[in-house]
Design a binder for this molecule. Structure first.
Ligand SMILES: Cc1cc2nc3c(=O)[nH]c(=O)nc-3n(C[C@H](O)[C@H](O)[C@H](O)COP(=O)(O)O)c2cc1C
Length: 158
């Protein structure tokens, strides 16, 4: 089962579209579940919210997980951090995970590898491929996406 987590204060964003595209290119099918973190609302600000718990269960049952964020101030968003903080250390149980970030320029192209990946690993994600960074202006047609897919496909569960 493939799952997308999108951490963008703006729902239905290009970041979400890019994450869906990545899953389609990796698996040949649309994601089974898309969690647009902003839809979880104020439950993210505390512990034990039922909607957040349901979203966590979906994430934990994934075989393939894409976690996507726009780049804000050189890192992933605070909204995404609120959701990731809901997981305990190792809780993801080594689900195969691909960190993806969109940005306005290449100035922060290492941000997914240096900022998002370590947090995902801390909560138990297995991130076998390099993290993916795409420009918001050309994420659909970028040669970086094709190059990355060649590597990432080796690690996508069948
Ligand atoms: C508050 C804010 C901070 C941003 N900071 C950065 C940044 O540090 N580096 C960068 O490349 N783009 C930055 N951007 C641009 C966004 O990362 C970029 O437009 C994003 O990929 C848009 O994704 P979306 O269309 O899914 O919202 C910023 C945008 C906003 C709104």
């Amino acid at each position: 089962m493939s799952v997308v987590v999108v951490g963008n204060p703006k729902p239905k964003s290009r970041t979400r579209a890019a994450a869906e595209l990545v899953v389609e290119k990796l698996t040949g099918a649309a994601p089974h579940h898309i969690i647009d973190v902003i839809d979880l609302g104020a439950g993210l600000l505390g512990w034990g919210d039922p909607k957040v718990a349901e979203a966590k269960d979906i994430v934990k049952s994934a075989d393939l997980l894409v976690v996507a964020s726009p780049t804000f101030k050189g890192t992933y968003t605070g909204v995404l951090k609120l959701f990731l903080d809901q997981f305990g250390a190792g809780e993801l149980g080594q689900v195969t995970t691909f960190p993806v970030m969109l940005g306005g320029s290449y100035a922060h192209s290492l941000a997914p590898e240096l900022t998002l990946r370590p947090v995902l690993v801390e909560i138990g994600a297995s991130c076998p491929a390099p993290s993916l960074y795409l420009l918001d202006s050309d994420y659909e047609t970028s040669p970086e996406l094709d190059n990355w897919l060649e590597v990432a496909r080796r690690y996508a569960p069948a």
